[in-house]
Design a protein around this ligand. Structure first.
Ligand code: BG6
Length: 309
């Protein structure tokens, strides 16, 4: 089921997806931003700050901001680009889904699009179409399919990320598997290139890293909640891991002082090698997140078993 509603608290337009098994998702047209994803028991799986500001030009703190045409400070534009604080529209006539879309009759989805108006063209002079299909799968998994199309008469280059804020019980009880031994750029050390050691990543201080050449599946294991998130991705070779920890949390106006304990950003991204599109070309990417009880998870990263088993 797909429903269009006005958010009572913010007056903003949003879309509700409800999958027959009971899972739900909410997508705000502001930012093309997934702000809620609940499993069939009604448990929220995305973090959304209690202080999130739903008012332009602020980006919404939590959920899944879309970073385009620039990730972070990797360029001359505002941090994370402008797509996350612009109004998207529902696309009445979406392009046919790519073969990996996995759409089906009972899978609710919505197609959104962002095209530049004069404002955007002034700061980034390129005609583009940015499409996002958000979809709930049979097991409540949340999928975003992204397409960027160059509708200009000259090439353009961009970086991109789906800045997913996962809800976790306690950041000290969480570990990430799948990024061991990879190289990363450390944002806390002026983007110095370092190599991750052999162990799964755990957290006891601020982390802000861009892992490069990452696998198509990454797992976030929440020991306390006995829940594992499995993030599968295509077309997004990098993975950003971010937790602001205590000091930075206190400095952010739209973030509660202690909220860093209950969130972890795992961001499927294309940053290290920016994407260039010639006129008429299209770029596609896909992210699917599922949440499974950790007892299904062997401790070895074999999310094929988790997803298909
Ligand atoms: O506060 P913003 O603009 O939403 O960014 C949050 C964080 O987003 C992460 O992706 C960046 O790596 C961090 O450096 C940044 O602090």
């Amino acid at each position: 089921m797909v429903e269009f509603v006005k958010d009572g608290a913010t007056g903003m337009e949003k879309v509700l997806l409800r999958e027959p098994g009971g899972a739900t998702a909410q997508i705000h047209l502001y930012g093309g931003h997934v702000t809620s994803w609940k499993n069939e028991k009604g448990e929220e799986m995305l973090f959304l700050s209690s202080k999130a500001i739903f008012r332009p030009p602020k980006a919404i703190r939590g959920g899944i901001p879309v970073c385009f045409p620039q990730f972070g400070g990797f360029g001359a534009l505002e941090q994370h680009g402008f797509a996350r604080n612009r109004m998207w529209t529902v696309d009445p006539n979406p392009p046919p889904p790519p073969p990996f879309a996995g759409t089906g009759p009972n899978k609710p989805y919505i197609d959104l699009v962002l095209k530049p108006a004069d404002d955007e063209l002034k700061i980034w002079p390129h005609n583009f179409e940015l499409y996002q299909r958000v979809m709930l799968g049979f097991h409540g998994e949340l999928t975003s399919i992204i397409r960027v199309r160059n509708t200009d008469n000259k090439p353009f280059t961009f970086t991109f990320a789906l800045h997913t804020y996962l809800s976790v019980s306690d950041i000290s009880e969480v570990r990430i598997e799948g990024l061991e031994t990879l190289d990363f750029l450390d944002n806390l050390r002026d983007k110095e290139r370092l190599t991750e050691q052999g162990d799964a990543i755990t957290f006891d201080s601020e982390v802000d890293r861009i892992y490069m050449g990452t696998p198509t599946k990454i797992a976030v294991i929440d020991h306390e909640k006995k829940r594992t998130f499995v993030l599968k991705k295509e077309g997004l070779p990098d993975a950003v891991v971010w937790n602001p920890w205590e000091k930075k949390a206190k400095a952010m106006a739209d973030f509660g002082d202690d909220e860093y304990k209950h969130m972890l950003c795992l961001e499927a991204a294309a940053v290290e090698k920016p994407i260039t599109l010639k006129p008429g070309e299209e770029w596609k990417a896909r992210q699917e997140i599922s949440a499974v009880p950790s007892s299904y998870f062997s401790g070895q990263l074999d999310p094929c078993k988790v997803l298909n088993g």
